[in-house]
Design a protein around this ligand. Structure first.
Ligand SMILES: Nc1nc2c(ncn2[C@@H]2O[C@H](COP(=O)(O)OP(=O)(O)OP(=O)(O)O)[C@@H](O)[C@H]2O)c(=O)[nH]1
Ligand SMILES: [Mg+2]
Length: 443
C-alpha cells in the first residue's frame, strides 16, 4: 500500500543523507517533494500542511543545518514526524475482565469476521483462551464463515439460533465462555451499509449488556479517505476504543492509513495485511515509518523468524553451515521456511538498506522463480541432492523434464549451488562461526 509513497520519500531523502552541507534551499526543496508525495498518497491536506510545516521548522530552526551530519538529522526529523503522525490516539490493547470482551464493529465487508479470527489466533499466542462469537442475528452464512475460520485455528465458535438478538447472543456467549473456561470473548458483529440509528443503538445495547473492554472499529484501508470519514462518524457516535486497519496489503494509496489516527484521535491497534488468519500485525508506528522510509524493520523480521522457524532446526542449520555440510536438501528446507514467514517482497523490504530491492524480489517470486527452483530440487534423488557432483548430462536432462524446466535452468542452479558450497568451505576453513556475518548481503 505504501510502495509509491515509500519510493518517492526515499528518493527525496536520498538527496539529503550523507551530505555534510545542507542549505535552507535544500530543505525547502525536500519539503516540497515530501508535501507532494504525501498529497499524492492521499493524506488529508490539512495533515500534510501541518506535518511538512513542522519538518521545515525543525530542520531550519535549530542549529542543524550548520552541523556536519545535517542530512541525517533532517532525515531523522522526517522519520520522527511520520512516527508522530502514526502514533496518535491510545494504542494499548486491553484484555481486562473475566472473560475479557472484545467487540468488533464496522461497515459491511470491512473485514470484521476475518479480523475476529486473526485476533483469536493472536491472543492464543499471548497464552489466552478465546471464544469467537458469531454475533450476526440474521445471516447464518456469516456464522458459517466464522465457524470455518475457528475450526482452522482450533478455536471454539459460539453461535445462536437465527433471530436471536445481538445482545442475547452476547449474553449467551458469556455463559458459554464460563462453561468452556474461555477467558476472552471476541464478538464478530453484523456489518451494515452505513452508520445508522439501528447500528448505533445495537452497539450501545451490547456495550451496556456485556461491557466490552475493547470496542474496535474495523475499517477498510482500501477505501481511502472514505475510511477516515467512517471512522470519524463512528468515533463521534459510539464509544469506540480503537481501530483495526484492514487490507493494508492492497494497492490503494495508503494516505488514509497514515492519517486516520491523527484525524480521528483513535489509536490504530492492529493492521490486517492479508486474507489469511496469520496476516495481522500489532501496529507499531516506528516500525511502519521505518519501512516506509526504507530504513527497514528488523524487529518485525526477527519476530516473524522466531514465530515460524523452530529453534532446534535453526541450530542444526547453523551447525551444517559452519561445517559446510549444507546440501540442496537443506536449501529446499530453507526456501520453504522463508516462504512461511510471509511474502518475500515484504521480508526483503524489512531489511535495512534493501527496501529498493523488495519489488524485484517479489517479482522474481511472482514469475515463479522460487517455485521452479523447488521443482528442480524435488526432481532430484536424495543422493543427488546431497552430492550434486554426480549430476551428469543425462541426469540433468531427466531433472529438467521431471521439473518442467529447462536444462539451462538446472545447470544454472547446480552451478550457483556449487559456487555457494565452495564459498562456504572457504569460510568454514577460515573463520568458523563468523561466516554468516561475512555473507555478502545485498549491495
Ligand atoms: N487482502 C486482504 N483482504 C482482507 C483483509 N481483511 C479482510 N479481507 C477480505 O475482505 C473480505 C471481507 O472480509 P470479512 O471479514 O468477511 O468482512 P466483514 O466485515 O466480516 O463482512 P460482513 O460480515 O459482510 O460485514 C474477505 O474477502 C476477506 O478475505 C486484509 O487484511 N487483507
Ligand atoms: Mg462478517
Amino acid at each position: 500500500m505504501f510502495d509509491n509513497l515509500s519510493d518517492r520519500l526515499r528518493q527525496t531523502l536520498a538527496t539529503l543523507t550523507g551530505r555534510g552541507r545542507v542549505s535552507e534551499a535544500d530543505v525547502d526543496a525536500a519539503a516540497r517533494e515530501i508535501r507532494l508525495a504525501l498529497l499524492e498518497a492521499d493524506v488529508n491536506f490539512k495533515v500534510v500542511k501541518d506535518v511538512v510545516g513542522r519538518i521545515r521548522e525543525r530542520a531550519v530552526g535549530a542549529e542543524i543545518l550548520s552541523s556536519l551530519t545535517a542530512g541525517q538529522q533532517v532525515v531523522k526529523i522526517v522519520n520522527d514526524e511520520l512516527v508522530e503522525l502514526l502514533s496518535a490516539g491510545d494504542r494499548t490493547f486491553r484484555l481486562q475482565g473475566n472473560p475479557a470482551v472484545i467487540s468488533l464493529v464496522g461497515l459491511q465487508g470491512s473485514g470484521k469476521t476475518t479480523t475476529a479470527a486473526k485476533l483469536g489466533r493472536h491472543i492464543v499466542k499471548l497464552g489466552r483462551r478465546p471464544l469467537l462469537v458469531a454475533a450476526d442475528p440474521y445471516r447464518p452464512a456469516a456464522a458459517d464463515q466464522l465457524a470455518t475460520l475457528g475450526k482452522g485455528l482450533d478455536i471454539p465458535v459460539y453461535r445462536a439460533p437465527t433471530g436471536t438478538s445481538t445482545v442475547d447472543i452476547a449474553r449467551g456467549s458469556l455463559e458459554e465462555a464460563r462453561k468452556l473456561t474461555r477467558d476472552t470473548i471476541i464478538l464478530d458483529t453484523a456489518g451494515r451499509l452505513s452508520l445508522d440509528e439501528a447500528l448505533m443503538a445495537e452497539i450501545a445495547a451490547v456495550n451496556a449488556a456485556v461491557h466490552p473492554v475493547e470496542t474496535l472499529l474495523v475499517v477498510d484501508a482500501m477505501t481511502g479517505q472514505e475510511a477516515v470519514g467512517v471512522a470519524q462518524a463512528f468515533a463521534a457516535a459510539v464509544p469506540v476504543t480503537g481501530l483495526v486497519l484492514t487490507k493494508v496489503d492492497g494497492d490503494a494509496r495508503g494516505g488514509a492509513a497514515l492519517s486516520i489516527a491523527t484525524v480521528t484521535g483513535l489509536g490504530v491497534k492492529f493492521m490486517g495485511t492479508g486474507e489469511k488468519t496469520d496476516a495481522l500485525e500489532v501496529f507499531h508506528p516506528d516500525r511502519l515509518a521505518g519501512r516506509i522510509l526504507g530504513m527497514g524493520d528488523v524487529m518485525t523480521l526477527v519476530e516473524r523468524a522466531q514465530e515460524t522457524v523452530d529453534a532446534s532446526s535453526a541450530a542444526k542449520l547453523e551447525e551444517k553451515l559452519r561445517k559446510a555440510e549444507f546440501t540442496l536438501e537443506d536449501f529446499l528446507d530453507q526456501l520453504q521456511q522463508v516462504q512461511k514467514m510471509g511474502p518475500i517482497g515484504q521480508l526483503v523490504g524489512m531489511i535495512p538498506g534493501m527496501g529498493n530491492m523488495a519489488k524485484e524480489a517479489q517479482d522474481a517470486v511472482d514469475r515463479g522463480d522460487l517455485r521452479r527452483t523447488e521443482a528442480i530440487i524435488r526432481s532430484m534423488t536424495r543422493h543427488e541432492r546431497r552430492d550434486p557432483t554426480v549430476l551428469n548430462g543425462s541426469r540433468r536432462r531427466r531433472i529438467a523434464t521431471g521439473s518442467g524446466t529447462s536444462l539451462t535452468e538446472v545447470n544454472r542452479l547446480v552451478k550457483q549451488f556449487t559456487e555457494m558450497q565452495r564459498l562456504m568451505k572457504q569460510l568454514a576453513g577460515g573463520r568458523g562461526r563468523g561466516m554468516l556475518g561475512g555473507m555478502p548481503f545485498g549491495r
